[in-house]
Design a protein around this ligand. Structure first.
Ligand SMILES: Nc1ncnc2c1ncn2[C@@H]1O[C@H](COP(=O)(O)OP(=O)(O)OP(=O)(O)O)[C@@H](O)[C@H]1O
Ligand SMILES: Cc1ncc(CO)c(N)n1
Length: 263
């Protein structure tokens, strides 16, 4: 069986973070391992607390997993400190992990920059160069490329700038767009350059808690199974559309997805 490691925070309400990742990986029939970066007290109405895991103990978790069940792919979500970034980069290099999907949880839905500058510097210098696919949402695509996105062309250009800066593929997610939910993939390999649009209608469902975590885990599961980046994103996009479209309605706020819609 293929294995995927998720490095992320715990969401007590089960809709995002480690819990969303493990559910997604399990329905994709890959074996999930997990290294937890932080505990969060959150639910569909918001986050009330974050308790980061101290660097030493975070590294102990990484060591336990890598020294025993080397992952076929790694998914990275919320990171809680600069030290954790350095530890993740160290293990990806030491174990030569090739399939790494990172969801750069950097900008909140309201537009606030969540990662302080000191941590951003280490992310940019040490972690991003070891990533195979970065999955920024629209505000993060603007932030990481340094340009304003007004249409498809400026979005394509922004993804290309990010991809060239860190030598990785980039999936710019359109969940925050007002018109549709189209995602755009820019992938430059040795011999070719791919620009792929994944069109999707915006589903009229207020419950989208954990969409980013779920999408990146689904992509990592498909990569672990041997699909290309382009195919992995296509399958993951179908999965996320189904999980949102199943219209699960739990909690009093922005509710979670139905991870098991396809079973
Ligand atoms: N209402 C919707 N209808 C259809 N697809 C959606 C909708 N909202 C989000 N998506 C899709 O879900 C995936 C996650 O996108 P999004 O841009 O919301 O990521 P994110 O902001 O990182 O997520 P999160 O809010 O969990 O941090 C993308 O494939 C996006 O197109
Ligand atoms: C733990 C965690 N990771 C990521 C997100 C973003 O969806 C969240 N709400 N919680």
């Amino acid at each position: 069986m293929k294995t995927v490691l998720t490095i992320a925070g715990s969401d007590a309400s089960g809709g995002a973070g480690i819990q969303a990742d493990i559910k997604t990986l399990t329905v994709h029939k890959v074996y999930a391992t997990s290294c937890i970066t932080a505990l969060t007290a959150q639910n569909t109405k918001g986050i009330t607390g974050i308790m980061p895991v101290p660097p030493d103990f975070f590294e102990e978790q990484m060591d336990s997993v890598f020294s025993d069940i080397k992952p076929d792919a790694v998914k990275i979500g919320m990171i809680a400190s600069k030290e954790q970034v350095e530890i993740i980069a160290k293990y990806l290099q030491k174990y030569s992990i090739k399939q790494v999907v990172a969801d750069p949880v950097m900008i909140s839905t309201s537009g606030t920059v969540l990662v302080e500058e000191k941590v951003r510097e280490v992310l940019y210098e040490k972690l991003f160069p070891n990533i195979s696919l970065l999955t920024p949402n629209l505000p993060e695509t603007e932030f990481l490329s340094g340009g304003k996105i007004t249409d498809r062309k400026t979005r394509e250009k922004a993804a290309e700038i990010i991809a060239k800066r860190w030598n990785c593929a980039v999936l710019s997610k359109g969940g925050h767009s007002e018109q549709n939910a189209d995602d755009f993939l820019y992938e430059k390999s040795f011999e070719s350059r791919k620009k792929v649009w994944y069109p999707a209608c915006r589903i009229n469902n207020p419950n989208t808690h954990g969409t980013g975590c779920t999408l990146s885990s689904a992509i990592a599961a498909n990569l672990a199974k041997g699909f290309s980046i382009e195919e992995s994103v296509k399958k993951a996009k179908d999965y996320i559309s189904g999980a949102i479209g199943a219209m699960l309605n739990l909690g009093q706020g922005n509710g979670p997805l139905d991870h098991m819609w396809d079973l």
